[in-house]
Design a protein around this ligand. Structure first.
Ligand SMILES: Cc1cc2nc3c(=O)[nH]c(=O)nc-3n(C[C@H](O)[C@H](O)[C@H](O)COP(=O)(O)OP(=O)(O)OC[C@H]3O[C@@H](n4cnc5c(N)ncnc54)[C@H](O)[C@@H]3O)c2cc1C
Length: 426
């Protein structure tokens, strides 16, 4: 058995059977040079055209035999190790890659499906995901609140072989352009809140599901809210056990924290999503553009940004390594997530300070690096909220990694029906 960074069986027999990492690296280098386009501007563009382009790039990885490096062979992956994945990611740095498929589709939802899906569910969905044909999204947060995930009010009532869903989810990233979702819903109101939830596979575009896009401060329309009106979901699309959705959701969140922090074995490509503050060359370019590369204070800032990136990379290796050997518990993924989020905030501040006024005004038709840093700064807080806020990560680290007492919660042990709450639901 071969385990990946999460301690899961990747489907490979033994490490001795596997292609040596350096052979794999050399083969990947040749293939990438012949098949993937060079990395240019627009790789982090969040337009619909870019999303379609990334589906196509994922299809190229599949056709070339380099998709799903750590996914089980049985479901279309390569069944290789995190070292193979790291080698491929390093070699792919000069090339355009399907970056946005990493989070949430590959790193979070496909990863959760590998762990909890039935054989049929995995056969049905994992190969199309690895071909770039299925984009997935998470339907977790609700208008009544996202941090208290177990306080979910969307309901699923069983009717023979189907469950009927009613309720609303919100802040789902790019749901309008995605195909499938994992949706958490309440199936039992007579037990405490964590024990009455079920996770479902949901087809997004079907009668009864209304998807509305939400305009953000930077003008983009990626976030969505969904409304469910008597949406039928086959019982065969339950992920894990009925009423045990909290177990699935908790693991999903571990995958999310790893993926957002840059430590998932299931993601491919060097432009990690947690680095929205810009790669180090961006800081140097910003200093040059502002004519401040000789300024000692600016040089210190560039160095700080660089050191932060080095620490982030080392932290990912240390925590994922610790999790793989069992030396660290799965919630340790929150350490990566928290560092990644605070790192983005600090690097954004550094970028703004170096670039100065060019983040808000630039010559017509010539936006430059400063403009890019300015645009990135508008969404800098996203990573401090998505996947659970910084405060929630700190709670998890203190309680589940350091063993400190649990936060008091008046609603933890009483049937959810009796919990006093605002909003809808019964
Ligand atoms: C970029 C981005 C992408 C996202 N994508 C998705 C997605 O695809 N699918 C999805 O379902 N959701 C998504 N979300 C939503 C995200 O999961 C929620 O924003 C998050 O869980 C926080 O929930 P909330 O916004 O409702 O804030 P609330 O839960 O209302 O919290 C408000 C504030 O109170 C603090 N707080 C709450 N409880 C505690 C506590 N116990 N102790 C200390 N402080 C506390 C929080 O830290 C926060 O600062 C995304 C969010 C972002 C920013």
């Amino acid at each position: 058995m071969t385990v990946n960074g999460n301690g899961n069986d990747t489907g490979a027999a033994t490490t001795e059977d596997l292609e040596p990492v350096e052979d794999f690296r050399a083969r990947a280098r040749t293939w990438l040079a012949g098949n993937m386009p060079p990395l240019g501007d627009g790789w982090n563009d969040r337009s619909d055209e870019r999303r379609e382009r990334e589906r196509e790039l994922q299809g190229r990885l599949w056709a070339g035999g380099f998709a799903g490096i750590c996914f089980p062979k049985e479901y279309g992956g390569l069944g290789l190790t995190t070292d193979h994945q790291r080698a491929f990611t390093a070699e792919s740095a000069p090339y355009d890659m399907p970056f946005s498929l990493n989070v949430p589709t590959l790193g979070i939802l496909a990863a959760t499906l590998v762990e909890f899906g039935t054989h049929e569910q995995k056969l049905r969905h994992l190969p199309p995901i690895l071909r770039g044909e299925e984009l997935w999204v998470q339907f977790l947060s609700e208008p009544s609140g996202g941090s208290d995930l177990a306080g979910c009010l969307t309901r699923a009532d069983r009717d023979g072989d189907v469950f009927i869903l009613n309720g609303s989810k919100i802040w789902s990233s790019a749901a309008y352009a995605s195909d499938w979702a994992m949706c958490l819903a309440r199936t039992n109101w007579d037990v405490p809140k964590h024990r009455g939830l079920t996770m479902f596979i949901m087809k997004i575009h079907q009668p009864g599901v209304t998807v509305e896009q939400i305009r953000q401060v930077d003008g983009t329309l990626e976030f969505c809210q969904e409304f469910f009106d008597d949406v039928p979901i086959p019982a065969s699309d339950v992920v894990g056990e009925v009423d045990d959705g909290w177990t699935v959701a908790s693991r999903l969140l571990v995958h999310e924290r790893l993926a957002v922090g840059g430590g998932s074995p299931y993601t491919s490509g060097a432009s990690a999503s947690h680095d929205s503050g810009g790669a180090d060359s961006t800081m140097v370019d910003a200093a040059r553009e502002a004519g401040r590369e000789a300024d000692p204070h600016v040089r210190r800032l560039v160095a700080e940004a660089h050191v932060r990136q080095l620490v982030a990379g080392q932290l990912v290796r240390r925590i994922t390594g610790g999790m793989a050997t069992g030396a660290m518990p799965p919630p340790a993924g929150s350490i990566i997530k928290l560092f990644g989020a605070t790192n983005v905030m600090r690097r954004t501040e550094i970028g703004l300070e170096i670039a100065g006024g060019s983040v808000v005004a630039w010559p017509e038709g010539d936006p430059g690096v400063g403009a890019q840093l300015g645009a990135n700064s508008l969404s800098r807080q996203g990573v401090s909220l998505g996947g659970g806020s910084n405060e929630i990560q700190r709670n998890i680290i203190s309680e589940r990694v350091l063993g400190m007492p649990r936060e008091a919660a008046a609603d933890r042990e009483i049937p959810y029906r009796e919990v006093r709450r605002g909003g809808s639901g019964r």
